[in-house]
Design a protein around this ligand. Structure first.
Ligand SMILES: Nc1ncnc2c1ncn2[C@@H]1O[C@H](COP(=O)(O)OP(=O)(O)OP(=O)(O)O)[C@@H](O)[C@H]1O
Ligand SMILES: [Mg+2]
Length: 157
């Protein structure tokens, strides 16, 4: 883990603004995993990230097709932005069939909801955002960067 920051958001607007600040930092090839329960605010924050990447389109969760693609700008260049929602993913095989590796290790920016569904397939070098429900309007949001390979436990922990 190289650096982690914690925020307490007290409105969807605040979460979106945090996302926007993150979006402005992202560079081509970056992967960001957003974990948290249903309604924690993953999509809300990703809407901000997309705004920070200069995307004007309306961003909604890609519930049925698993991936939405947008074109944004990062570091002064055009970049493909892939928004994944893996909630309905049934297997790692299905993810493979989507060509996820090519997205995860490509030049685009990947924003992933429900990364728990595909832990083993995620690039070890990635950013993590964890959102936690703390009250009707309150969310704890922790941002961190992972740069080391994730340890492998043979029993699947
Ligand atoms: N501080 C906050 N930050 C983010 N969302 C908030 C906050 N307070 C209230 N909300 C509400 O919580 C909901 C978050 O919904 P959102 O779709 O972003 O969650 P999600 O984590 O993407 O859920 P899902 O797992 O179903 O995709 C919205 O209705 C939003 O208005
Ligand atoms: Mg969502």
């Amino acid at each position: 883990m190289s650096g982690s920051e914690e925020h307490l958001s007290s409105s969807p607007e605040e979460t979106r603004a945090l996302g926007e600040a993150l979006g402005r930092q992202l560079r081509p090839g970056e992967v960001v995993a957003f974990s948290g329960d249903l309604g924690a605010g993953k999509t809300c924050m990703i809407q901000g990230v997309c705004a920070g990447l200069g995307i004007a389109d309306q961003v909604n969760s890609p519930t049925f097709i698993l991936i939405n693609e947008y074109t944004g700008r990062a570091g002064g260049q055009a970049v493909a932005v892939y928004h994944f929602d893996l909630y309905r993913l049934r297997s790692e095989k299905e993810l493979e069939a989507l060509g996820a590796e090519e997205y995860f290790y490509g030049q685009g920016v990947c924003l992933i909801e429900w990364p728990e569904r595909a832990r083993a397939a995620l690039p070890p070098r990635r950013r993590e955002v964890v959102l936690e429900y703390r009250g009707p309007q309150t969310r704890r949001i922790v941002l961190s960067s992972l740069s080391l390979p994730t340890p492998h436990f043979p029993d699947g922990r």
